[in-house]
Design a protein around this ligand. Structure first.
Ligand code: PLP
Length: 413
């Protein structure tokens, strides 16, 4: 029996149940995860895996973090939900910490990355009405990912996500990623904003050059446009700075945040600098946005990232991870390149091995995320230890060896 991808009887039963009760929107790995602690998750058969995906860059403090648990438990015992018709202390605290971590401005809370970007798009459109004679188009990047609502899908701009849901929301122009000249050519009188990820995640981890980001900032200033940065995946310390744009020494007018903000509890946010702070009562809202429960956790996570200097830890562990992965390449494993920043890395494989490698990883006790056929994404908890980095890479090496062996043509008879 092949090791990579072998479904156990238990996971076949799961697949059957999924078939019956869940919409088929995900290609799931054949494993039932039941509990976790730190970087380790345990499956239903009691096997431990080092989780290098962390809920797709969500569990920044690891699984079942004491920080997240304490905030959840104490807030759950106090006040879970009130709506935004009233003040609540956790939301005020979380907003204050978010501003302190980034730039002066004010915060709107929502539940997800897509909702945060939807809000940012509405800000740009309203700002265009007020300041730019109704200009409303937004320059975005090819390969972007901004979410699954109709407007954020249009900003994402990838035909395979968009076409089944036509007619699409109008108003987005896509140019090459990491290309300030292309932004300069597109940013005309009809365009009111540039919306980009400082590090693209879903496209397979592509880092925008600091010089490009600085030039885009200048272009937005010169042409009176807003710079909106989607830090949903790259933020919360993952890149080695609290926010990935801080590597370039600039600040955006609007920043969107989600994923790691709640350390596993759903919460999103939009931070708008005074220049872009145009929403008024009635313009926008969100029943659950910034609920006491989610906001208390976000405040605790923000404090922890700051006080434990997790951006610095991400930079250090990220360098160690990169070096160790390159070591696998030197050992002859099919790796072409390791790219990314901090603990947001992609392993580019020499061959269509990503799916097999991820399955084989489950066999060897390491969870990685295949993107397409040739890329493995690694976005582990920022609390990963040096020993766990070494062990995860050792296990990934075994998985890659299995995947390469499986893919190799059989020996000639
Ligand atoms: N923006 C970026 C950069 C993302 O990576 C994602 C999700 O992967 C989103 C937005 C959408 O976030 P959500 O799935 O929370 O709606």
């Amino acid at each position: 029996m092949s090791t990579a991808g072998a479904l156990t009887a238990a996971s076949e039963a799961l697949a059957e149940q999924e078939q019956r009760y869940l919409m088929h929107t995900y290609a799931r790995q054949p494993v039932l995860l039941v509990r976790g602690s730190g970087t380790v998750v345990v499956d239903a058969e009691g096997r431990e895996h080092l989780d290098m995906v962390a809920g797709i860059a969500v569990n920044v403090l690891g699984h079942s973090s004491p920080v997240v648990r304490a905030a959840l438990e104490s807030q759950a015992a106090t006040l879970v939900h009130t709506s935004n018709l009233y003040y609540t202390r956790p939301q005020l605290d979380a907003a204050q910490l978010l501003v302190a971590s980034a730039f002066a401005g004010r915060v709107f809370f929502c539940n997800s990355g897509a909702e945060a970007n939807e809000c940012a798009i509405k800000i740009a459109r309203k700002w265009g009405r007020l300041h730019r004679d109704g200009a409303h188009r937004i320059v975005c990047a090819q390969g972007a990912f901004h979410g699954r609502t109709l407007a954020t899908l249009a900003a994402t701009g990838q035909a395979r996500y968009l076409e089944p849901f036509a007619p699409t929301v109008d108003g987005f122009t896509h140019v090459a990623f990491d290309d300030a000249d292309a932004v300069a050519a597109a940013l005309d009188v009809d365009h009111v904003a540039v919306l980009v990820e400082p590090i693209q995640g879903e496209s397979g981890i592509h880092v925008m050059g600091d010089g490009t980001l600085r030039r885009i900032r200048e272009l937005c200033d010169e042409r009176d446009a807003l710079l909106i940065l989607d830090e949903v995946q790259s933020g919360m310390g993952r890149s080695g700075r609290f926010w990935a744009h801080q590597h370039a020494g600039i600040t955006p007018d609007v920043m969107t945040v989600a994923k790691g903000l709640g350390g596993g509890v759903p919460i999103g946010a939009v931070l708008a600098a005074p220049r872009a702070d145009v929403l008024e009562p009635g313009d926008h809202g969100c029943t659950f946005g910034g609920s006491p429960l989610a906001a208390a956790v976000a405040a605790a996570v923000l404090r922890s990232v700051l006080e434990d200097d997790l951006p610095e830890a991400a930079a250090r562990r990220g360098e160690q991870l990169r070096e160790a992965l390159l070591g696998l390449r030197d050992d002859g494993l099919p790796i072409i390149e390791v790219r990314g920043r901090g603990l947001m890395l992609a392993v580019v494989l020499d061959g269509d091995l990503a799916q097999q490698a991820a399955r084989a990883g489950l066999h060897h006790g390491v969870i990685v995320n295949p993107i397409g056929t040739r890329v493995l994404r690694l976005v582990p908890p920022l609390t990963i230890t040096a020993g766990e980095v070494d062990e995860a890479v050792r296990r990934l090496g075994l998985a890659l060896r299995d995947a390469a062996t499986e893919a190799a043509p059989p020996p000639a008879p």
